[in-house]
Design a protein around this ligand. Structure first.
Ligand SMILES: Cc1ncc(COP(=O)(O)O)c(C=O)c1O
Length: 502
């Protein structure tokens, strides 16, 4: 062993020398060579040299084996025994040995088990608390279960390792296939002019791109030295509850939440236009008009898809935000995209994502690209190429049918109860489906009309229905926002319970 260690240290020394002082090769790579023939030969040679002085000093004669020979014999025997032990150990742990293979199978089983995905919220029973506070889009699971491998992705271990995706693109971490599939889907649906000179940017959810847009626009509105007043960020009430929360979270010196756009006085601002609007489903336009050009607008079009609203025009605003969370239901993939007209704004938004998360998960981007491709294929494949019905291969048909059913169930429950009211249904001609269709918002903006109830969220909570109070949207607490995108069982329990409230 001592001899083996000596060889090891000699080689380590070589490694250090040949490495030019770098020492990049790990010492363990040297140890792997220990049981090989080469070190053994060197060991023997080394042992001979070491014993030379002993031969001189302890030379014996006659019929006795000289002491040095005994020493050499003992040393060789020791080394052979050590080698045998080492080889046995190596064989027992070798990748080719059956014990290792068995261990590998166990390990695979364990890794498969640990990769079993989470399923989100727990299953519900008629007595459960029904949580419709978040817009968790689990309604779409039923569609994706039917699509087989159309949206499946396999990513080998060596792929998606670099930080970079396309260094020639202003958004250098955008996967080219996601770029293509985003433009293709907008072309098919006709909801945004993605091909008309727009830059596609990707974000970890559209939430990250919302922050990126605030950064890019407030920087553009100021004089660039960052010592001016924070730019006012406004949106017409009721506004998406995350807008004030996300805007003021880090107490930025660049921008600050300034409330309802309808009551805002000033000319330097960032107006957030959400259409169809979260929480009330209304179709919106910007309400402010800047005289100096210091007013900017961000259009959040998360719900501008055919399952929620007729597609009445090809949107072509300066900054438009979309997300797979609401278009396909893949909220957990955390992919959003922005269509941005101006290159300098696109560059600043990209900078924000670079400094915030050094890009966006490529694995998620590839999955999002595959999912968007599956949606487009559902509409571009010729009918003879698919044996499935439109609602098993066409996402927007599935989504629209579900939403129509749910809104009619909800309206029936509200009528049966008699203590609630909902916004009037509106409709329009849809350029995508080529027919007149009603709006089916992703949220119900429900008002509790009972005189003695001034906090609708508390009232519903006492009946085990969780919703979000109107107060969080800059509105009256007699209103609540209710998600329409949960699983069938939860939605059915909700409408049954609602219809029984008097
Ligand atoms: C209007 C609106 N914009 C953006 C988002 C967030 O999207 P993402 O999941 O892509 O961050 C939501 C989610 O509820 C939303 O309602």
């Amino acid at each position: 062993m001592a001899a083996l260690r000596a060889v090891g240290s000699t080689r380590a020394g070589e490694g250090r020398n040949s490495g030019g002082g770098g020492g990049m090769a790990p010492p363990s790579s040297l140890r792997i060579h220990a049981p090989s023939r080469e070190p053994k030969a060197r060991t023997m040679a080394g042992a001979g040299k070491v014993n030379n002085p002993r031969r001189r000093g302890g030379g014996g004669g006659g019929g006795h084996m000289p002491l040095w020979r005994v020493a050499v014999f003992a040393s060789v025997a020791l080394n052979v025994a050590t080698l045998a032990l080492l080889l046995h150990h190596y064989a027992a742990t070798s990748p080719h040995h059956h014990h290792y293979a068995a261990a590998a199978v166990d390990w695979r089983d364990r890794s498969t088990a640990s990769m079993a995905p989470s399923t989100g919220k727990p299953a519900v029973t008629p007595d459960s608390v029904i949580n419709l506070d978040h817009g968790d889009p689990t309604m779409f699971e039923a569609f994706w279960r039917e699509t087989g491998d159309a949206a499946e992705v396999v990513i080998p271990g060596w792929q998606t390792m670099s930080y970079f995706s396309d260094v020639t693109n202003v958004c250098w971490f955008l996967e080219p296939d996601l770029d293509r599939q985003v433009r293709r889907l907008h072309r098919i649906v006709g909801n945004a002019a993605a091909d008309d000179g727009y830059h596609v940017l990707v974000g970890t959810g559209s939430t990250q791109l919302f922050m990126a847009a605030l950064y890019a626009l407030s920087d553009a509105a100021g004089d660039g030295d960052g010592d001016g007043e924070p730019v006012a960020v406004v949106s017409t009430a009721p506004y998406y509850s995350s807008y004030p929360a996300v805007t003021d979270f880090l107490r930025s010196g660049l921008f600050r939440w300034a409330g309802d756009a309808d009551t805002f006085k000033g000319d330097t601002y960032i107006e957030l236009v959400c259409s169809p609007n979260n929480p009330d489903g209304t179709i919106r336009e910007s309400v402010l008009d800047s005289k100096t050009g210091n007013g900017k607008t961000i259009h959040d079009l998360a719900y501008y898809w055919p399952q929620y609203t007729p597609i009445t025009k090809r949107a072509d605003h300066d900054i438009m935000l979309f997300t797979v969370s609401k278009s396909t239901g893949h909220a957990g993939t955390r992919i959003g995209w922005a269509l941005v007209k101006d290159r300098e704004i696109a560059r600043r938004m990209t900078k924000f994502v670079e400094l915030n998360t050094i890009g966006v998960s490529k694995d998620s981007q590839l999955r999002a690209a595959k999912v968007l491709a599956a949606v487009s294929d559902g509409y571009e494949r010729r009918p003879e190429m698919t044996s499935s019905s439109p609602t098993t291969s066409r996402l927007f048909d599935f989504g629209r049918q579900k939403m129509v059913e749910r809104w009619s169930m909800l309206r029936a429950a509200v009528a049966a109860s008699g203590i609630f009211s909902l916004p009037e249904e509106t409709s329009g001609f849809c350029n995508f489906t080529k027919e007149t269709a009603a709006t089916n918002p992703a949220f119900a903006w429900l008002r509790c009309d009972r005189e003695d109830v001034d906090d609708c969220a508390s009232f519903l909570r006492s009946h085990k229905i969780l919703t979000r109070s109107g107060e969080q949207f800059g509105a009256d607490p007699r209103y609540v926002r209710v998600s329409m995108l949960d699983r069938d069982d939860a939605f059915e329990i909700f409408v049954n319970r609602l219809s029984s409230l008097k």
